[in-house]
Ligand binder design. Structure first.
Ligand code: NAP
Length: 293
């Protein structure tokens, strides 16, 4: 990579962001395609978001990712939102279109792409999503376009209800919600084909988000967490003979869709995968934990 006066700047804002895998993933693709661009991480303190977004705009940064804790808060600082970001109420990708900042959300399409590569078509599946935060909303927004059965379980069923009501009107899917009580889990988990963890349980919160005793060999279990690579949920699922998928593929595919929005070209996904995996291995060796993105 050679940096010159004409090198286009891309990046990520978040806090903390120093351990993000995104610079490694995007710079690997930029290098592979010999683009005159560079992607860097900007650590923005929570009270500095408005100034940071203005700075990125006026300095002509061509595009940037947004990660915790700004995915929702950043929306009011942008000029426009694409329909999906507006429905999901979270932005993870911003395109600077000649000074006009447009917000997108690629988490849902990234998760869907990862799932399709693992299970094939999602139509016809009975799917349980655990969690009702931004990542769950992004995925349900995508899944709801298919004829499938989705049940969103949350420790706060009020949040799951809001999520479901948000997508119900325009969905091809049957969408239901429930709490995370054992009684509800017993009702919905054994009959499901696909179980998705969209909570931090297994990463920042120790444990398993569902009762592992309910997992069986007919399940496909997708944990959005990618560090540790095998969470307690995925370990229990593997021991039961279920198919498992961690969040690395989702991370890479959401990055690939961001890249496409910025550069208007398909990135080398395998190169991005390798960079993400090498980044994870480095952090693993150092005994440290990468941040969300
Ligand atoms: P979020 O908006 O904070 O939502 C987290 C959800 O998990 C909320 O529904 C929250 O419930 C629930 N939750 C938190 N602690 C819990 C606990 N101890 N027991 C049960 N439920 C709990 O976060 P997010 O952005 O949706 O992210 C969710 C997960 O997806 C995280 O692990 C994140 O790392 C992962 N993720 C992965 C990727 C990827 O590319 N692989 C991308 C985005 C996110 P309350 O609302 O009641 O707190």
């Amino acid at each position: 990579m050679r940096i010159s006066g004409s090198t286009a700047l891309y990046g990520i804002i978040g806090y903390p962001v120093e351990h993000s895998l995104s610079p490694a993933i995007h710079n690997a693709a930029i290098n592979e395609l010999s683009l005159d661009a560079v992607y860097v991480a900007f650590s923005v303190k929570p009270d500095g978001l408005a100034k940071a977004v203005d700075g990125l705009r006026v300095m002509g940064v061509r595009g940037f990712n947004v990660t915790m804790p700004f995915k929702a808060e950043v929306m009011v600082h942008l000029d426009a939102l694409d329909d999906e970001a507006a429905a999901v109420k979270a932005v993870n990708t911003v395109v600077n279109d000649d000074g006009k900042l447009i917000g997108y959300n690629t988490d849902g399409v990234g998760a869907l792409e990862a799932l399709r590569r693992a299970v094939g078509e999602v139509s016809g599946l009975d799917i349980v999503v655990v969690g009702a935060g931004g990542a769950a909303r992004a995925l349900v927004s995508r899944l709801s376009g298919f004829q499938c059965d989705i049940t969103v379980l949350s420790r706060d069923p009020g949040k799951a209800k809001l999520l479901v009501e948000n997508f119900k009107g325009r969905a091809n899917a049957n969408i239901a919600y429930g709490d995370l009580s054992l009684q509800t889990q017993r009702k919905v988990i054994p009959r499901a084909r696909l179980i998705i963890n969209a909570t931090p349980v297994g990463m920042t919160v120790p444990g398993c988000p569902i009762d592992p005793g309910l997992i069986h060999s007919g399940h496909v279990v997708f944990d959005m967490i990618y560090w540790p690579p095998e969470t307690q949920l995925l370990r229990e699922a593997r021991l039961k003979g279920a198919s498992t998928l961690n969040g690395l593929s989702m991370l890479v595919h959401q990055a690939a869709h961001s890249f496409n929005l910025w550069f208007k070209m398909a990135p080398p996904v395998e190169v991005m995968f390798r960079a993400a995996w090498e980044g994870l291995l480095k952090w693993g060796e150092a005994g440290r934990q990468p941040s969300q993105r």
